[in-house]
Design a protein around this ligand. Structure first.
Ligand SMILES: *[C@@H]1O[C@H](CO)[C@@H](O)[C@H](O)[C@H]1NC(C)=O
Ligand SMILES: *[C@@H]1O[C@H](CO)[C@@H](O)[C@H](O)[C@H]1NC(C)=O
Ligand SMILES: *[C@@H]1O[C@H](CO)[C@@H](O)[C@H](O)[C@H]1NC(C)=O
Ligand SMILES: *[C@@H]1O[C@H](CO)[C@@H](O)[C@H](O)[C@H]1NC(C)=O
Ligand SMILES: [Fe+2]
Length: 463
């Protein structure tokens, strides 16, 4: 039955896909999900006096042996301790890590007490329980540390962006969580969309924290900042960019010698992940530029074969929305991406899905007129995955005709799965929300640029 449905859906897709210059613009008609926010009341805080809420974790060091646990207590600063222990074996060996506590005001909003505790020196590939709160108001969660970094360590990342907190966002998150393979999330920016509400109503940051807790309390989300994290509003005297985001989401940026949480790197299993900020200076001599220049030589592909970059504003995008907004960053950094054979770049910002060919546009200089992207086996594949389903709705106006650099594009909400098998092969899939998780609307065997730099076969081949 399932197989029949699968084949029927596939053939419908093939029939409906418009092919142009080798690229595909899917004509899939999505059922409409309301891009309106789920009411604040739906995301009520957990029961109990001062109960810890908005629990989230992320990697806490450069190699995956630490975890940053973050949570909010609404009424009192304490308790600020996370208790943790190995899931298997002797539960008597409980450990405690203490949190630093921060809070902030934004216009007339006052945050709860925001806690960040770094649990260090964990064992690799081990399940831990952790507990927050005290007395009769405790909450228990768990996570599994990644395997030790190494070239052939399989690992599966989910990829989401521009999530927000609408009925469509809900569908995206549920859909991702129904995939048992995802071990960590690469999040390409634009979290709560609080800034789309009057006075950037920061209650929306709290409700978003409650909304995503069911995933991010149990597996790390690797954060990247988008424009909706800026919360820059001089008209209400809020002049510090990224204020709510930086208070709420801590990342291990010092572990990669970064001077800002907005750009940093981590290693996880067989992947080296570089996170960049589209909304911080990246011109020559700036901190981010200098950091990235020093960062690429540190990547050892014999240790971490897969080189992945996260950034918010896409460099290759054939949608009318946000068209060419990533261009100035592309001009600055693309030669490094090609020289260093980045495997894949995940971006968000555009509320649709798109996958590029392996192309580069680095031969251009202002006198030679060579301004078109060309096929380049050393170039990354660029994925735009800003299709989490936020309050701003879908970006359904693609430029026509479809440019040759665009391999597949579709105006639907969804998420991706990036499944590393070994140093040479990874299986990549994109899942639109309206179908069973087993179905991938776009899928591709990716070949590692360092170990196996062959041309990938035509997309659409099923596993
Ligand atoms: C916790 O205990 C207090 C006092 O004993 C009680 O009032 C409260 O309802 C309890 N809370 C929960 C969540 O059980
Ligand atoms: C903040 O100010 C706005 C506009 O005056 C008002 O609607 C809102 O209720 C205020 N919120 C708080 C928490 O005071
Ligand atoms: C621009 O490209 C042309 C053709 O490759 C080359 O001859 C020229 O030296 C380049 N100019 C600069 C400033 O690099
Ligand atoms: C790597 O994984 C791919 C896909 O599962 C497989 O075909 C290939 O043989 C593997 N390579 C090695 C060296 O095991
Ligand atoms: Fe954005």
């Amino acid at each position: 039955m399932a197989a029949m449905w699968f084949i029927t859906t596939l053939s419908l897709l093939l029939l409906s896909a418009g092919v142009c210059n080798g690229g595909v613009t899917s004509k899939y008609v999505r059922l409409s999900e309301r891009s309106v926010d789920i009411p604040v009341g739906y995301f009520s805080p957990p029961p109990g006096f001062n109960a810890p809420e908005q629990v989230h974790i992320t990697q806490g060091d450069h190699v995956g042996r630490s975890v940053i646990v973050s949570w909010v207590t609404p009424l009192e600063r304490h308790p600020n301790v996370v208790t943790y222990w190995e899931a298997e074996g002797n539960h008597k060996h409980k450990h405690a890590a203490h949190a630093i506590i921060t809070d902030y005001r934004y216009f007339n909003y006052t945050s709860g007490y925001i806690h960040h505790a770094t649990i260090k020196r964990l064992k690799y590939d081990t399940k831990y329980f952790y507990e927050l709160g005290e007395h009769n108001v405790t909450r228990r969660f768990s996570f599994t540390t990644p395997p030790k970094v190494g070239p052939d360590v399989p690992y599966t990342f989910g990829v989401m962006g521009d999530l927000g907190q609408t009925y469509a966002s809900f569908s995206t998150l549920e859909h991702y969580m129904s995939n048992p393979k995802g071990q960590a999330v690469l999040f390409v920016g634009d979290l709560s969309y609080a800034d789309d509400h009057p006075y950037h109503d920061n209650v929306k940051w709290d409700t978003w924290g409650r909304f995503v807790e069911k995933s991010v309390a149990y597996q790390p989300w690797i954060w990247c900042a988008g424009n909706h994290e800026l919360d820059f509003a001089p008209e209400i005297d809020e002049n510090i960019p990224f204020k709510p985001y930086l208070h709420r989401y801590h990342v291990p940026y010092r572990a990669s010698q970064s001077t800002s949480p907005l750009w940093y790197s981590i290693k996880r299993a067989s992947a080296y992940i570089i996170v960049l900020s589209s909304y911080s200076a990246y011109g020559k001599y700036t901190p981010q530029y200098n950091w990235l220049q020093n960062e690429f030589p540190k990547v050892d592909r014999t240790e971490t074969p897969w080189l992945i970059v996260l950034l918010h504003s896409p460099w290759y995008n054939s949608n009318n929305y946000h068209y060419m907004e990533g261009e100035s960053m592309r001009v600055m950094f693309e030669p490094w991406f090609v020289q260093n054979k980045v495997d894949i770049v995940f971006a968000g910002h555009v509320h649709a899905y798109e996958r590029s060919e392996r192309i580069s546009n680095v031969q251009y200089n202002i006198t030679d007129g060579l301004s078109a992207p060309v096929k380049d086996p050393s170039a990354p594949i660029y994925i735009t995955i800003g299709d989490g389903g936020n309050i701003e709705g879908i970006a359904d106006l693609f430029t026509e005709p479809q440019p040759s650099y665009s391999a597949y594009r579709e105006a639907s909400f969804g998420h991706s799965i990036f499944e590393i098998k070994n140093r040479s092969h990874a299986y990549y899939t994109w899942h639109r929300n309206h179908e069973n998780e087993a179905i991938a609307a776009d899928s591709l065997w990716l070949y590692n640029r360092y170990w196996y730099p062959y041309e990938e076969r035509i997309s659409g081949t099923m596993d």
